[in-house]
Design a protein around this ligand. Structure first.
Ligand code: HEC
Length: 246
């Protein structure tokens, strides 16, 4: 009975492994930090310059984002809201969904909650997972989302990796297996710089997915400290109450 209860309790309390839609692709650690404001600011700039053309973040307001990330309103207007609009607007994409669905075969999803549904490691690995594949309409494929409809919009930064295949016998048939990459066409950024670029962008998406996360985490520390101090007083009080009852 008791063991059953303990098992049930553990099942409820243990963190559920993040759901990933990427099948069995191995995900790299994004290692993002929502308390790193400089990284979030760079991520916001990357998002506006490279993602907002196709994807919106419809639950995020420009001015809320600027306030949370310490971006002054004049910088917000001149550097980020380049196409105009009011700071009270939400971060919508200029591209109508029906049009982009026609172009790409699939509408680019809104990215407000993507870090929560897919996880930061998934997006980090996805944006670094492109490689040349002339059989695909965009000329690229992806290790995380095979056959993705999203073009490699960061190709000029990352470069374009060439895949290395190996033929393997599987059940009497020979199958092509992706075993690694050659450098291919170089991009403007080094590999480490590109990883950093993607990390900042994913960090920003993590913030957008839960804007109060940083505050919640900071508050959590105070709550635990309070409980510890409270526990000492509760224990002293209990000792006082029970001291004459033996
Ligand atoms: C040219 C248009 C375009 C741009 C620019 C673009 N995307 Fe996409 N994106 C797409 C399309 C189309 C899809 C749907 C892909 C699919 O489901 O195969 C997509 C899907 C995604 C997904 C979801 C993948 C999944 O597993 O469902 C993520 C995450 C994403 N994009 C992130 C980004 C980020 C971050 C940027 C900016 C660096 C960006 N995208 C820029 C078109 C774009």
């Amino acid at each position: 009975m008791l063991t059953k209860k303990i098992v049930l309790l553990l099942a409820v309390l243990l963190p559920v492994p993040a759901f990933s839609a990427g099948g069995d692709a191995k995900l790299d650690k994004a290692d993002t930090d929502i308390h790193n404001q400089a990284s979030l600011q760079r991520g916001a700039r990357n998002f506006v310059n490279y993602c907002l053309g196709c994807h919106g973040a419809q639950y995020m307001r420009w001015n809320r984002m600027a306030e949370d990330l310490g971006i002054p309103e004049d910088v917000l207007m001149s550097e980020l809201m380049i196409t105009g609009g009011s700071p009270h607007d939400t971060m919508r994409t200029a591209m109508p969904a029906d049009l982009s669905a026609g172009w790409f075969g699939k509408a680019p999803p809104d990215l407000s909650l993507i870090a929560r549904s897919r996880g930061t490691d998934y997006i980090y690995t996805f944006l670094r997972g492109y490689y040349a594949d002339p059989t695909r309409p965009n000329g690229v494929n992806n290790t995380v989302l095979a056959g993705t409809a999203m073009p490699h919009v960061l190709a000029h930064l990352q470069g374009l990796r060439q895949p290395r295949y190996e033929l393997r016998e599987v059940g009497g048939r020979s199958e092509q297996h992706l075993v690694g990459f050659d450098a291919g066409t170089p991009g403007e950024l080094s590999e480490a710089e590109y990883d950093e670029f993607v990390r900042d962008t994913v960090n920003f998406l993590d913030y957008v997915g839960e804007p109060v996360k940083a505050k919640r985490e900071r508050m959590g520390v105070w709550v635990v400290l309070f409980l510890l101090v409270f526990w000492v007083f509760a224990w002293l009080l209990k000792r006082e109450y029970w001291k004459d009852i033996k």
